[in-house]
Design a protein around this ligand. Structure first.
Ligand code: SF4
Length: 293
């Protein structure tokens, strides 16, 4: 049996940078608190916790004078002000693509626009971006919106992990409904190409294999979407969090097993999965999948 890995999988640059920043801080100044999970992966969170990174949900839990990390998902303007006000040391791991979405939202509001953010209202990244609109925005996944009077127009942006195709459809629908009602409509695609590259690579991988394993936390939205993408191809797909979940029976009749992983899955967890498959089957060939750009 061959094990074929997707060409693009696992940690995106934003998550890798965030984890590396925390590890560097822990090496130099442990301990610290992270405001929310630094990445939606229990292995990473536990590994960082063992080195002194305490997961907190509120700044009230951070000891006076302590250090606190904002995650790659970013945070709202008021969170920065609160950290400053409390005199805490800030480690800001906000991903550059999320930061750009926040800055875009703030600039649009400054320019007189009402921001329509296509995204999951309860997601930490969405809450953070929306905060930068200072009340002049809404997070929604439906095109029915109430636009306040007196604005220059509406500006449609997206949660970074949204599918660009779905965002385009959403923007088209909202344009249809708002044209003639507001003076101007602007559409700015703030989606991140990293997740899309993983979905595309997974589809390509599915064409080469008999069965697929997706590695990643069940709490990770992008890993769940990656699993859905794989299942939509019709290829039998297993979503696992670690190598321990693999059952030997899955290998029966499979000549080529594909392995991919969400943007929050660390390299060592993926390596253990490949090792476990090899152990079950006996050492065979591992080769790279097709390059996707
Ligand atoms: S998926 Fe994109 S936006 Fe999100 S952390 Fe990774 S690189 Fe940044």
């Amino acid at each position: 049996m061959e094990i074929v890995k997707a060409k693009v999988f696992g940690f995106c640059f934003g998550v890798r940078r965030a984890v590396e920043m925390i590890e560097t801080e822990l090496d130099n100044n442990a301990p610290l608190c992270t405001l929310g999970a630094i990445v939606h992966n229990t292995h990473v969170v536990e590994a960082l916790a063992s080195k002194g990174a305490k997961l907190v949900q509120s700044l009230d839990e951070v000891p006076p004078g302590g250090a606190v990390a904002i995650t790659a998902h970013g945070a709202g303007e008021e969170v920065y002000a609160d950290i400053r006000g409390r005199g805490l040391r800030l480690i800001d791991t906000t991903c550059s693509i999320v930061r750009r979405a926040q800055q875009t939202a703030a600039a649009l509001v400054n320019d007189g626009f009402f921001v329509v953010l296509y995204g999951e209202a309860e997601h930490p990244e969405v809450k953070g971006i929306l905060s930068w609109t200072r009340g002049q925005g809404v997070a929604t996944q439906t095109s029915k919106i109430d636009v306040p009077p007196g604005v220059k127009g509406i500006a449609v942006i997206a949660q970074t992990t949204k599918n660009p195709k779905l965002f385009a459809e959403f923007a088209q629908q909202i344009t249809k409904e708002q044209i003639g009602k507001v003076p101007e409509i602007r559409i700015i695609d703030t989606t991140c190409p990293e997740t899309g590259r993983r979905y595309q690579a997974a589809r390509e991988l599915a064409q080469q294999v008999d069965s697929l394993i997706v590695v990643g936390s069940r709490s990770s939205a992008n890993t769940r979407k990656l699993t859905e993408t794989c299942r939509e191809t019709g290829i039998p797909t297993y979503h696992i969090e670690s190598a321990a979940e693999i059952e030997e029976a899955w290998l029966a009749g499979v000549n080529r097993f594909g392995v991919t992983a969400g943007a929050s899955t660390p390299d060592d967890v993926i390596a253990e999965v490949v090792l476990r498959l090899r152990t079950y089957e006996g050492e065979r060939t591992t080769k790279e999948g097709t390059e996707i750009v």
